[in-house]
Design a protein around this ligand. Structure first.
Ligand code: NAD
Length: 498
């Protein structure tokens, strides 16, 4: 069986002792296994990264940018292979995997502009003959820990920018989907990255803990579930590391009575069921204002859901594939059952999908639940599956209150034709990423990505301008070259400009 190794100092490295099985979720079969890095392996990766840092830090940004440009080209040339690996381990349909890769490439394209992004701030004559400037210096060795649901895009949120800023990087990908992540990291080396600048250590919690506790790791970027994000943020911060930890979500859409309902239905279907609902920006709750609008919306959703196609990743006509594991499928099914037993009505039931040729796969069909109430477990928890829940309310204010009261605050969207309502919503909703008739408002690579409340722990969001700030620290230099004209005598007072 194929074993997925680590990538340290530009070389594939075998662990030899511990490994975990990797599954194809569409067949339920184990396809390979992935090595689990011990504390010694993490130590070796950090040592190599630390060794590579002085030369990389001093490499002119334009040279770093050129490597990123070549990396973009290699990602495009190898798109089919990358997406096939995403499909094999995640189950994502090819068209969806291509979209993931494209969004990842856009983050590399942003990093290609590092010469512009690292320009500092300069002021001449802050005092007589004195100039001051701020520059943005790299942090050293930084680590990234990523989730299963975007094996290529989320790592690309992190390391291209971190590396372009002059840092060395250690990535701990999800142990469930390691192959595409590793292939992409190998392509970065093919693009000309010096050994040690980018390293991949596979593994689990113990591997993560070794990274978090290592004194030479200066900063940690994490993306995953909220309980893990919270604990990683606490542990990294307690060790004095800079940390950004992005967590889970429960993204609500509001459908107003004046919305273009046919458009809202199409957008909701894609945003709720695309990628089997395993996106942190998936719309999993639709809050409908007014019973007559809700009746109409549910009827239209019900009709269109009958045409959704679920199946394997190679068939581009499928809309979405399996969920990630058997245990996750069972959890999604049990949350649907709990909603039903707490009084909600299951309008479209995906608990027992019959998918020919995939009898042992981890599938859940598209599910629509109406009359969901805020005290239900299925409403409170992130389901992370192809389940759309309808909550009926009387007013927009009630819909907004529900969203603002929810513990998560990642993404949200309002469907309306009323500009005033949309503006009020964008202004007052307590969520980090807001769409107006845009169901998945994932910020483009030159903005930054971050939720609010328990969807995010930290100060600086992921990628874009916040990413540059996260992966650098400001140094401010005040400089005078004494000359006759500006020489000053002794002064014991605080220096001021009179
Ligand atoms: P997860 O939290 O189980 O795992 C994420 C990473 O953390 C993996 O690399 C895993 O090996 C590691 N990990 C798991 N448990 C750990 C522990 N106890 N200590 C240290 N490390 C640990 O998440 P997942 O199931 O891979 O991904 C799905 C979750 O990620 C969902 O909650 C989803 O909303 C969230 N997510 C959030 C965003 C965002 O941008 N906010 C993006 C994608 C996914």
């Amino acid at each position: 069986m194929n074993t997925i190794q680590h990538l340290i100092n530009g070389e594939l490295v075998a662990e030899g002792s511990a490994s975990l099985p990797v599954y194809n979720p569409a067949t339920g079969e184990s396809t390979s296994c992935v090595d689990v890095a011990s504390a010694q392996t993490v130590e070796e990766a950090v040592r190599r990264a630390k060794e590579a840092y002085p030369a990389w830090r001093n490499t002119p940004p334009i040279r770093r940018a050129r490597i990123m440009q070549k990396f973009v080209q290699l990602l495009e040339e190898n798109a089919d292979e990358i997406c096939a690996l995403i499909g094999q381990e995640h189950g994502k349909i090819r068209h969806d995997a291509m979209g993931e890769l494209q969004r990842g490439i856009e983050n590399v394209e942003y990093a290609c502009g590092i010469t512009e992004l690292l320009k500092g701030e300069h002021t001449r004559n802050v005092g007589p003959g004195i100039d001051a400037w701020s520059e943005f210096q790299p942090l050293g060795v930084v680590a990234g820990i990523t989730p299963f649901n975007f094996p290529v895009m989320v790592p690309l949120w992190m390391y291209p920018l971190a590396i372009a800023c002059g840092n060395c990087f250690i990535l701990k990908p999800s142990e469930r989907v390691p192959s595409s992540t590793l292939l992409v990291a190998k392509l970065l080396h093919e693009a000309g990255l010096p050994p040690g600048v980018m390293n991949v250590v596979n593994g689990d919690k113990n591997t993560v803990d070794a990274l978090l506790d290592h004194p030479d790791v200066s900063a940690v970027s994490f993306v995953g579930s909220t309980p893990v994000a919270e604990s990683i943020y606490a542990r990294a911060s307690a060790a004095g590391k800079r940390c950004q930890a992005l967590g889970g979500a429960k993204n609500h859409a509001i459908v107003m009575p004046d919305a273009d309902l046919d458009n809202a239905v199409s957008q909701l279907l894609g945003a709720a069921f695309g990628s089997s609902g395993e996106r942190c920006m998936a719309l999993s709750v639709v809050t409908v204002v007014g019973d007559s609008t809700a009746d109409l919306l549910v009827e239209k959703l019900n009709t269109q859901m009958a045409a959704l196609k679920v199946g394997g990743c190679q068939d581009d006509s499928n809309d979405f594939g399996p969920v990630i594991t058997a245990a996750h499928r069972d959890r999604v099914v049990s949350l649907i059952t709990s909603a039903q037993s707490q009084g909600a009505s299951v309008v479209v039931d995906g608990r027992e999908p019959a998918i020919k040729g995939h009898e042992n796969g981890f599938f859940v069909g598209a599910t629509l639940i109406d009359h969901v109430k805020p005290d239900m477990e299925s409403y409170q928890q992130e389901i992370f599956g192809p389940v759309l829940q309808v909550v009926r309310v009387d007013t927009m204010a009630q819909a907004m209150q529900l969203i603002n009261d929810h513990e998560y605050g990642n993404g949200t969207c309002i469907f309306t034709r009323d500009g005033e309502a949309a503006r009020y919503f964008s202004d007052h909703i307590e969520v980090g990423m807001v769409g107006v008739n845009v169901p998945l408002p994932v910020p483009v690579s030159y903005h930054s990505f971050g939720g609010w409340k328990r969807s995010f722990f930290g100060d600086l969001s992921a990628y874009g301008p916040d990413g540059v700030r996260f992966y650098t620290r400001r140094k401010t230099i005040t400089q005078r070259w004494p000359s006759e004209a500006v020489r000053e005598g002794v002064s014991f007072s605080m220096p001021v400009m009179k």
